[in-house]
Design a protein around this ligand. Structure first.
Ligand SMILES: [Zn+2]
Length: 215
């Protein structure tokens, strides 16, 4: 089991860890700041010593740091780990903005609107909604304006573990609807300097996709 330092402090950029095991080009550490890929969110990249980490994946409670090449490192060795912070910070902002956009969709279109999927990318992200009425240009502007209003207010993102369900985590922006999520978020919406909805795409059968960016 890898200790998940990214949950204690998602802003931590560097850490010293101990190598627990190495399988080919995959390194397992005692504790890590590298977030592993999970539901729509990509895994972290960065460096372990001078070896490039090209992806991070998990299997159960074990996190695998995938290196560009098989490393000349040993079990038990202490190593310096550094994430690609610029990329991670963008992903944290994009991901937090996906919560904000869903919250605002619920405010404007009603609580029953459902997300059927999402994809977070450092350049462009998206959420897929199960909602029939077409979200036209006027509605998209309304959504975008409301999101930007909350960003300007610098609303806080609250995060807590469910006391009754082990490993289940909740998030809530200010007093908006709470959303279960195991991802990484920024502390305050004001960290987002620019938010915009890029476009809407029809996904058929009453489903539509909103593409957005938050930087
Ligand atoms: Zn989240």
């Amino acid at each position: 089991m890898t200790e998940k330092i990214f949950y204690e402090d998602p802003y931590k950029k560097e850490i010293d860890s101990i190598i627990v095991d190495i399988v080919d080009n995959k390194v397992i550490l005692d504790k890590t700041i590298f977030y592993p890929q999970a539901a729509g969110e990509p895994g972290d990249t960065g460096f372990i010593e001078n070896y490039k980490v090209i992806d991070t994946q998990k299997q159960g409670d074990t996190i695998f740091h995938i290196l560009e090449q098989k490393p000349n490192l040993k079990k038990g060795q202490k190593v310096k780990c550094r994430i690609n912070w610029e990329r991670r910070y963008r992903l944290m902002k994009m991901h937090t903005a996906s919560h904000l956009l869903l919250n605002v969709c619920q405010l404007i279109f009603g609580k029953n609107i459902r997300v059927t999927g999402s994809n977070i990318d450092e350049h462009k992200s998206r959420i897929d909604l199960d909602y029939k009425p077409i979200i036209d240009q006027e509605k998209r502007q309304e959504l975008e304006n409301k999101c930007n209003e909350f960003i300007k207010k610098n609303l806080e993102m609250k995060i807590w573990w469910d006391p009754e369900r082990i490993g289940y985590r909740w998030t809530k922006i200010d007093d908006l609807n709470q959303i279960p999520c195991g991802g990484l978020h920024i502390k305050n919406l004001g960290e987002i300097k620019k938010f915009r909805i890029i476009r809407r795409l029809s996904k058929g059968k009453g489903k539509q996709r909103l593409e957005f960016e938050a930087i």
